[in-house]
Design a protein around this ligand. Structure first.
Ligand code: ADP
Ligand code: ADP
Length: 238
């Protein structure tokens, strides 16, 4: 069954220099437990597409359905609930992790805020999240700058997993990392996907990065989908 369905999505930006067709009639589905990667060069509309799915920008037209609920026109409370069910990992963990917070508090924050966890039960859940991403619990008391880029991205992934989402939106999660570390983070994502039956919407400008992870590949150009299908088929095409 479909976890996410995007139908005829359009997002136009009106600018002093004219109308920008950032996303121009894009449709796709993500079945439960599958990953869809959206690739294309800078400016093709990938981020606008991801932000529209997260309802962080208002689409001009089209439909976005997540887990049976229409997100466009949904009430504020329905959107709040749905946002909790979609984890997000951004490109640069250095800027998305609060430098003044201990990483254990960063990972535990969604659990404190949304599930009101405290004390031992909070600590146990955070320990489990650290273990899930290959970090040990003694890392919790340190600050983001005390970790390497790859470890910081693991911390971002742990935070994204905290509320046990069904879908994670990943926006260039490895492009700020060294090549050797990229492979480790991709392996981790692949492993988590299988273990937790996660679905991914994975945004990248690099075909080589997503080839490994994507069940379905969507290639965008100037706001439009120019290729869509199983990664294997697209790579076999001449
Ligand atoms: P990508 O993520 O593939 O780099 P974006 O979604 O960021 O692409 O951008 C798609 C197009 O929309 C680009 O032409 C970009 O300049 C334009 N764009 C993005 N955000 C805005 C905005 N807030 N206002 C005006 N134009 C925008
Ligand atoms: P370095 O490798 O830079 O000499 P350390 O030997 O202290 O540093 O630790 C290796 C790396 O592991 C450091 O970047 C550190 O931030 C990180 N780290 C610290 N604690 C943990 C932990 N519990 N689990 C995973 N990595 C950790």
């Amino acid at each position: 069954s479909e976890l996410l369905s995007v139908r005829n999505l359009v997002k136009r930006y009106e600018t002093p220099r004219g109308t920008v067709h950032a996303v121009d009639d894009v449709s796709f589905e993500i079945p439960v437990g599958h990953s869809v990667a959206v690739v294309g060069e800078s400016g093709c509309g990938k981020s606008t597409l991801a932000l529209s799915v997260l309802q962080l920008v208002a689409p001009t037209s089209g439909q976005v359905n997540f887990d049976g609920t229409d997100l466009i026109g949904a009430s504020r409370s329905a959107l709040t609930r749905l946002r909790r069910e979609i984890g997000v990992v951004f490109q640069d963990p250095a800027s998305s992790l609060n430098p003044r917070m201990r990483v254990g508090d960063i990972v535990g924050e969604p659990l404190r805020v949304h599930e009101k966890l405290r004390g031992r039960s909070l600590h146990d859940r955070v320990t489990k999240l650290f273990n899930d991403v290959g970090l040990t619990a003694d890392a919790m008391d340190r600050y983001p700058h005390q970790f390497s880029g790859g470890q910081r991205q693991r911390i971002s992934i742990a935070r994204a997993l905290a509320l046990e989402p069904k879908l994670i939106v990943l926006d260039e999660p490895t492009s700020a990392l060294d090549v050797s570390v990229q492979a480790q983070v991709l392996n981790l994502l692949q492993d988590l996907k299988a273990r937790k039956n996660l679905s991914y919407l994975y945004i990248s400008h690099s075909l080589a990065t997503v080839e490994y992870l994507a069940d379905i590949l969507i290639v965008m150009y100037l706001g439009r989908v120019i290729e869509k299908g199983p990664a294997d088929d697209i790579f076999r095409d001449p």
